[in-house]
Design a protein around this ligand. Structure first.
Ligand code: GCO
Ligand code: MG
Length: 413
């Protein structure tokens, strides 16, 4: 099962993606996602310059050993670039192993533990009526759990709110990365005021519960913007609306902040989309400070590392809620779905649909039916990359926005 080629493919069918394509001497091909939104070329370079040369001639069947070789062997550990690169190798090797076995990946991970993975979609609106329409449209699409984000009176653009309501839920979900133009490309700048947000948000949840009743699971993303005491206050204020989770209430790298929030509220907490290692979670899990793990296979070192993280979380009764915006490629999404189906402590899966153009390049076979996602039963991950089609969409620089306070101070995004 010798690796004879490993190619890094950067393509932009609607948005940028970084994919590693590994081929073995028998012609079996495996794919791994290494997309790091807004910093894609750093991962491409890490892979091309420092990883691909090490893979050629290696035995593709040695997944754990290759993971350790790339992680421990590099001496410089962790970090989003390193771990996205390792994730791509690891995922591609699992894809290859499952293709050799003639089985869908979830079978190699222990087999199915459930019928399908409950997915949540992103409803948003610049105001409450627009949000209610978006929730209705998402329910018509089949979503059984919904994240809600709204505009704040007086602010033009707010995190998680789609720019236009055209097409209701039929439109593609919120896409934060913007393509840059001109000679000196710069990210767009958004403005933010936490006090205005805190004043407004409870009334939004009240309106949504009044319209849709108590059953519908509702989620919300704070996108790292609050201080611990602000987040504690918001968690308390939202308790009557029974959230499925409040995500990224405070900047994620300050893990001790979660202690403060936890002392004050029973609103369930989710964190981790910007983490890249199990070590980011050890305190959060052992002290039971969170309820859901938000990491993605793509940013956490692959299937091997994500499985270990979820197994540790299971010890503490913490469940999965893997990151699944469009910057997780269809390859990364498929890897998540195989884990979602297999692990016992599955919670929910974020699912932002990819555009038609993306799906012309990445040929997927997973399905979304009646609110549940199903990985396919095709051998491996069940995703193929049309390399010819990918070449038609060269990389286009895009940045995530920068967030500032009203006086121009850079704030968390
Ligand atoms: C989410 C995330 C995304 C991120 C994006 C950044 O919960 O889905 O917060 O919307 O902002 O993935 O690249
Ligand atoms: Mg988030």
């Amino acid at each position: 099962m010798k690796i004879v080629s490993a190619e890094v493919i950067v393509t932009s069918p609607g948005r940028n993606f970084v994919t590693l394509r590994i081929t073995t001497e028998d012609g079996v091909v495996g794919l791994g996602d290494a997309t790091l939104n807004g910093r894609e070329l750093a991962v491409q370079s890490y892979l091309d310059s420092h990883v691909v040369p090490l893979l050629l001639g290696r035995d593709a069947s040695r997944i754990e050993d290759t993971w350790q070789y790339l992680y421990r062997g590099a001496y410089w550990r962790r970090g989003p670039v390193t771990m996205a690169a390792i994730a791509a190798v690891d995922t591609a090797l699992w894809d290859i192993k499952a293709r050799y076995a003639g089985m869908p990946l979830y079978q190699l991970l222990g087999g199915a533990s459930r019928a399908g993975a409950l997915a949540y979609g992103h409803a948003s609106g610049r105001d409450v009526p627009e949000l209610l329409d978006s929730i209705r449209a998402h329910r018509e699409l089949g979503y059984r759990a919904i994240r809600i984000q709204t505009g704040i009176p007086g602010f033009d653009s707010v995190y998680g709110v789609a720019a236009s309501s055209a097409g209701g839920g039929e439109r593609y979900d919120y896409e934060p990365a913007r393509r840059t133009t001109g000679d000196r490309p710069r990210p767009t700048v958004e403005t933010w005021d936490t006090r205005a947000y805190l004043r407004h948000l409870p009334s939004v949840f009240e309106a949504v519960r009044a319209e849709f009743g108590p059953e519908l699971p509702l989620l919300h993303d704070g996108h790292h913007r609050m201080t611990p005491i602000e987040a504690a206050r918001l968690g308390k204020a939202l308790e009557p609306y029974d959230l499925f989770w409040l995500e990224d209430a405070t900047p994620a790298e300050d893990q001790a902040a979660l202690r403060w929030i936890r002392q004050h509220t029973t609103t369930p907490l989710a964190i981790g989309e910007v983490f890249n290692s199990v070590y980011d979670y050890t305190m959060l899990l052992s002290e039971r400070l969170i309820d859901y793990v938000r990491s993605a296979v793509t940013h956490t070192g692959g299937v091997t590392a994500m499985k270990k993280l979820l197994d540790l979380a299971a010890v503490y009764g913490v469940r999965s809620g893997m990151h699944g915006p469009t910057d997780i490629s269809p390859v990364g999404m498929a890897a998540a779905l195989h884990l979602d189906l297999a692990v016992h402590n599955f919670g929910i899966q974020e699912y932002m649909r990819h555009s038609e153009r993306t799906l012309e390049v990445f040929r997927t076979s997973y399905r979304f039916e009646q609110g549940l996602l199903h990985p396919s039963d095709a051998p491996g991950l069940g995703v193929d990359l049309d390399v010819e089609a990918a070449r038609h969409f060269p990389y286009e620089q895009a940045y995530l926005p920068v967030n500032t306070l009203l006086d121009g101070t850079v704030h968390d995004w």
